[in-house]
Design a protein around this ligand. Structure first.
Ligand SMILES: Cc1cc2nc3c(=O)[nH]c(=O)nc-3n(C[C@H](O)[C@H](O)[C@H](O)COP(=O)(O)OP(=O)(O)OC[C@H]3O[C@@H](n4cnc5c(N)ncnc54)[C@H](O)[C@@H]3O)c2cc1C
Length: 552
């Protein structure tokens, strides 16, 4: 999806969001709404209306009245929205999730009508896929769509069933509902207020309390045949799959934005908070545990997000595995960063008054919705396992060789250590193949986690190189300067390599995968151990850069 937005327009859009937040969304209001568990409908509608912020225009294709943002634009916008409030961001996301089946699979008339209405009227959508007993496994859905015929021609459908955990469920104007038609799972567009269509009370949630989440009940709800998205039954799961790479990037950006916001608040706090005679910001035991590793992990996730977004915009397809890597890295890093930021505020962090406490509860959802972290691990592992088999075990050795070539050009970006991690991963995958270890689901999913980390290390090394060569996309975030990014890349690559080497032993020995024999030699454990040299100096360099930089 090529973008119609240039870098200047994106900058203006980001600034409008900041201005809107500064004017309308002070911390005190967000904390109060969170405590009252209130969906601020007026604010949300203002954000997606032409005479308000008009955020929806960024997502709607140009030909239907929007500004036609691409994946990179959408990630930057989602990151910024999440930094403000993840509940409000979720409400916006729901409209784009809800209209995505139309965007990718709708007929021209459907796209024109519904995308056009989102752009012009700012209507809110909800995306109704999940059911009480069909969550991660959508194929188990029970909601049915029975065709209604006249003289042998299908004129409409009667939909019956229930949906669970639907964002905007109680407040949307239109809904896309996944239901089982005779030809297979299919998406239908249903109006709020259609006869037989009701919703439950707003759920009382752990976090994102500014977002409305509700169950939906459909009792023989009639829709005309032209409400079947794409006009052909059985395309529903394919349409859902087609957008995962892209929609998962949105949630990845949520993890990134919320995690960075929490960390930025902890950095500001630690500058002023004096303990044992000096500011916390000057204490290594504090910065190197609660700040630096989280900034590094978030930047690795950013690198994976940006690379995937650029490739989607260049037309490389859905990139589901890459989208899953990005979502996994960013949401796990965002959640961990928010937890560390709460800790970094001590007892104050544990109170409602300090926004980090809210962020910590809010960001937790990103590891659950749009596919849980465990489903991401599975998606990544299965996808790359195929690549390993198809390449006769060379897939990650090949990635490692590319990183070695990068190291020759840019010895400062940690690409040599990222290459050690990739070689070790290739060896571990091969050992798993020989010993048939992926028959254990635990092993398969742990491989998914390791793969994500190794890919994050490669992406961050490449991002550090591009920053050094001034080759970052004009729209890319400028979160850290090139030397700090290189230090972060070295820190992250060391961690990735060491994790693969130690986890490999744990998994192979733990699953009785045969004699360890020369495994450690094949993994390159000795080189990986030696590569840890310089870690503390690099962490200090990252810390110095974080404390020297201005916010945003
Ligand atoms: C606040 C909120 C908003 C949401 N918004 C929407 C929305 O707008 N539209 C929508 O359609 N859905 C929405 N969801 C639903 C969300 O996408 C699902 O909750 C999520 O996909 C997980 O499904 P589940 O809750 O049924 O959990 P389950 O699928 O039952 O999973 C439970 C646990 O088991 C793990 N697990 C599941 N399957 C496997 C497996 N095969 N192997 C190993 N482990 C497994 C999971 O990772 C998880 O840890 C929302 C949920 C919440 C909480």
């Amino acid at each position: 999806m090529a973008s119609e937005l240039n870098a200047e327009m994106l900058k203006i859009a980001l600034k409008s969001i900041d201005d809107f937040a500064a004017r309308e969304l002070p911390d005190s209001l967000l904390v109060e709404l969170d405590e009252r568990d209130e969906f601020p409908e007026e604010l949300v509608r203002q954000m997606s209306s032409g005479d308000g912020l008009g955020i929806q225009l960024l997502f709607v294709p140009f030909e239907y009245g929007g500004m036609g943002g691409g994946a990179l634009d959408v990630y930057r916008i989602c990151e910024r929205m999440a930094a403000i409030d993840l509940g409000l961001a979720t409400s916006e996301l729901a409209t784009f999730l809800g209209s995505d089946p139309i965007r990718v699979g709708g007929t021209e008339a459907q796209k024109r009508e519904y995308m056009g209405r989102i752009a012009a009227e700012g209507i809110l959508f909800a995306y109704g896929a999940t059911e009480a007993e069909a969550g991660s496994d959508l194929g188990a859905l029970k909601t049915v769509a029975e065709p209604v015929s006249d003289n042998g021609a299908i004129t409409g459908y009667r939909i019956s069933g229930a949906k669970q955990w639907i964002s905007n469920g109680g407040v949307a104007d239109m809904y896309t509902i996944l239901a089982l038609a005779p030809g297979g799972p299919s998406w239908f567009v249903v109006d709020a207020g259609a006869e037989g269509f009701t919703h439950g009370d707003a759920e009382d949630k752990h976090g994102i309390r500014l977002s409305n989440t509700a169950a939906l009940f459909l009792n023989d709800v009639y829709v005309d045949a032209d409400r079947l998205i794409g006009g052909v039954e059985g395309q529903g799961l394919v349409q859902a799959q087609q957008v995962f790479g892209y929609t998962r990037l949105m949630v990845a950006a949520f993890g990134l934005g919320a995690g960075w916001e929490a960390l930025d608040r902890a950095i500001a706090y630690s500058r002023k908070r004096i303990q044992a005679g000096g500011p916390l910001a000057e204490k290594e035991g504090y910065t190197h545990k609660l700040i630096v590793p989280h900034a590094v992990a978030l930047e690795a996730a950013r690198a994976a997000i940006e690379e995937t977004a650029e490739r989607i915009d260049a037309g490389e397809g859905a990139l589901n595995v890459e989208g899953a890597v990005a979502k996994y890295l960013a949401t796990e890093a965002g959640d961990a960063a928010a937890d560390a930021a709460l800790q970094a505020h001590g007892g104050y962090g544990y109170t409602h008054d300090y926004v980090v406490e809210k962020i910590k509860r809010d960001v937790r959802i990103t590891r659950i919705y749009e596919g849980t972290s465990e489903i991401m691990e599975m998606t990544v592992a299965r996808g790359r396992w195929q690549d390993h088999l198809k390449s006769a075990g060379d897939h990650y050795h090949a990635r490692a060789r590319e990183l070695e070539a990068l190291h020759d050009q840019h010895p400062e970006v940690g690409a040599d250590v990222a290459a050690l991690a990739a070689h070790a991963l290739a060896e571990l995958l091969e050992r798993c193949r020989n010993a048939r270890l992926t028959r254990h689901q635990h092993i398969l999913l742990r491989l998914g986690a390791l793969i994500a980390q190794v890919e994050g290390a490669g992406a961050l090394a490449r991002r550090a190189q591009r920053a050094a060569d001034k080759q970052l996309d004009a729209k890319a975030a400028r979160s850290l300067r090139a030397p700090a990014l290189a230090a972060a890349a070295r820190v992250y690559a060391r961690g990735a390599a060491l994790t693969v080497a130690t986890e490999a032993v744990r998994l192979v020995a733990g699953a009785d995968g045969g004699e360890l024999g020369d495994l450690e030699q094949r993994l390159g454990t000795a080189s990986i151990n030696r590569a840890q040299g310089g870690l503390l100096a690099d962490m200090q360099a990252v810390s110095d850069a974080l404390y020297a930089r201005r916010r945003r």
